[in-house]
Design a protein. Structure first.
Length: 536
């Protein structure tokens, strides 16, 4: 299962382990147990500090294909049920290295929030090994377990635990349970997990920030192509820069094949997100990842308030928060998210193997989703509101050549129908004849475009009725010192390469603004600081 190249790479990764690590495998019988034991034995072979121990844990571990990680004989709280290969292999190796002493790369204030939780938490994360979003959740919760002995986290491969999947009626990944109750379902980010913990335990935000951030020249909100570009360009100008992001890569991270990024013939979202992260790491940029912006207070010196309660004073702001999947807004959609309604075919497609599904949306994302699902499902029906598909011809031709893809045009989706908690049909209307129809199916994948992530701004800047931030050719908004770039703005053609360029342009515009206003802003901040000091 593990090639010599992988094992050699693991030898170099584990060369500086500070603690001994043991994989503790529950004893017993299971058809996959021998394969799992061989998998763990191969990993253990790369270092004398890694061992495999098989023992009866008296019900502490779920099954004979469940193992935990101990560091210097102490339970880390991390468990894996199944064989963490595929996308979850990185989750296992990261957990191994961090248990052995590699620093947990979370913001110090997030570490403080997690450490402040004072009651037992057991997270169960149901995943598919083909899901590229699941590792982010698994890795975040594993880190939580390492930071707080009250927390345990278990990755569960849904493919090997069908009885649990059926008992809990899970139809989407990642699905997270906390202490036996549903905590998060469907696509969820580490930032949303942190926010859910804050909502559940508001007292954890009362701890003082680990370290106050000095006045920033530029604060970038958003970690996609536009935000990363803006942060790097600003840092290259020698400015003090903070980047706030729920995750690096943003919406790009959910994109699979990327073939239109000039100079890169072919890549994918996770790879490009990794490259963005690596480029960021080359500069002195303060990164606030897995956090959201609660509000922005305007003024000559702006104040950005984070969901953790931390505040950042800054001379300029660049908003690059991108967009999220647009919802249909029909009856039955929200009620059945995770129970047949999904937005990520790569993540949730495997749950519909051999079943009949629909894809709503005939643009590039919709047709790409249909092509992906066609290789897994029994049939795919594409629903397009307009009389013609909007997708590129090459994609339409591919879809038309598939015998199990049906394309319906000029139809309006009216409702998602369900029985006993599971999607059973899609109700739609033929727009030409006004006739209503019902198509029996098992799942609906929504791919109808994007909505700007701008609600948190309130009336801070002018926006269109669609929520896009109105900017001029210099990325300036209606508020002085606040700039915006990428998919959250009115700039047409939402493309990665365009977002990168817009991020650079916003940074250069902010730099010019600081050249003109910098001395004045410094004086304002100094006066404000002195006034607060005297008042104290």
């Amino acid at each position: 299962m593990l090639t010599n190249d992988i094992l050699n790479a693991l030898k170099s990764y584990t060369a500086n382990m500070q603690k001994s690590v043991a994989f503790v495998l529950q004893s017993g019988e299971h058809s996959k147990r021998q394969e799992l034991a061989k998998f763990l034995t191969d990993i253990a072979s790369v270092s004398s500090k890694i061992t495999l121990v098989e023992r009866d844990t008296n019900g502490e571990l779920r099954s004979p294909i469940t193992f935990s990680i101990e560091a210097d004989g102490v339970d880390t709280g991390i468990r894996f049920s199944g064989i963490p290969s595929g996308h979850e292999f990185n989750s296992l190796i990261l957990a191994l290295l961090q248990a052995a002493g590699t620093p947990v790369k979370l913001d110090d204030n997030i570490k403080g929030l997690v450490a402040a939780i004072d009651e037992p938490l057991l997270f169960e994360v149901f995943v598919s090994l083909s899901c590229h979003n699941c590792p982010d959740v698994v890795q975040a919760l594993n880190q939580f377990a390492l930071l707080n002995p009250n927390i345990r986290s278990e990755m569960i491969d849904g493919g090997l635990f069908q009885n649990v999947i059926e008992a809990r009626d899970i139809q989407g990944v990642p699905t997270v349970y906390l202490n036996g109750e549903l905590f998060a379902s469907g696509k969820v980010t580490a930032a949303e997990l942190v926010q859910k913990l804050i909502d559940r335990y508001p007292h954890i935000t009362q701890a003082k920030p680990a370290q106050a951030i000095p006045l920033q020249d530029v604060t970038v909100i958003g970690g996609g192509p536009a935000g990363v570009s803006a942060a790097i360009y600003s840092a290259r100008k020698g400015l003090k820069v903070t980047l706030i992001a729920d995750r690096i890569g943003g919406q790009v991270k959910d994109t699979m094949d990327i073939e239109n990024l000039i100079s890169t013939p072919k890549t994918n979202g996770p790879q490009l997100s990794g490259a963005l992260q690596a480029h960021l790491n080359e500069y002195e940029i303060t990164l606030k990842e897995h956090l959201k912006v609660a509000k922005v207070e305007n003024g000559d010196i702006k104040t950005v308030v984070l969901s953790s309660g931390e505040t950042i004073s800054t001379k300029t702001i660049i908003i690059a928060t991108g967009a999220k999947w647009r919802e249909l807004g029909v009856p039955g959609e929200k009620e059945n998210i995770g129970n047949g309604v999904a937005y990520c075919p790569h993540c949730d497609g495997p749950f519909f193997k051999g079943k009949n599904v629909a894809v709503v949306g005939g643009g590039n994302s919709g047709i790409e989703a249909a092509l992906d699902l066609a290789g897994i499902t029994k049939s795919v029906t594409v629903f397009e509101f307009n009389t013609e598909l909007k997708a590129d011809k090459i994609l339409v031709d591919k879809a038309s050549s598939k015998s199990n893809i049906t394309i319906l045009k000029n139809v309006a989706t009216q409702a998602v129908l369900a029985e006993n908690g599971k999607v059973t049909a899609l109700k739609y209307m033929d727009r030409a004849t006004q006739e209503e129809h019902k198509l029996k199916l098992d799942g609906v994948f929504v791919q109808i475009g994007l909505v700007p992530n701008s609600d948190f701004l309130g009336g801070l800047v002018e926006r269109t009725r669609f929520g896009e931030i109105i900017i001029n050719e210099r990325c300036e908004t209606s508020s002085k010192g606040i700039f915006a770039a990428g998919d959250v703005t009115t700039v047409p053609y939402k493309q990665i390469v365009i977002s990168m360029g817009e991020g650079a342009k916003a940074s250069l515009a902010a730099f010019e603004y600081l050249l003109k206003e910098g001395d004045y802003l410094n004086a304002v901040y100094q006066q404000s600081t002195e006034a607060k000091s005297q008042a104290a």
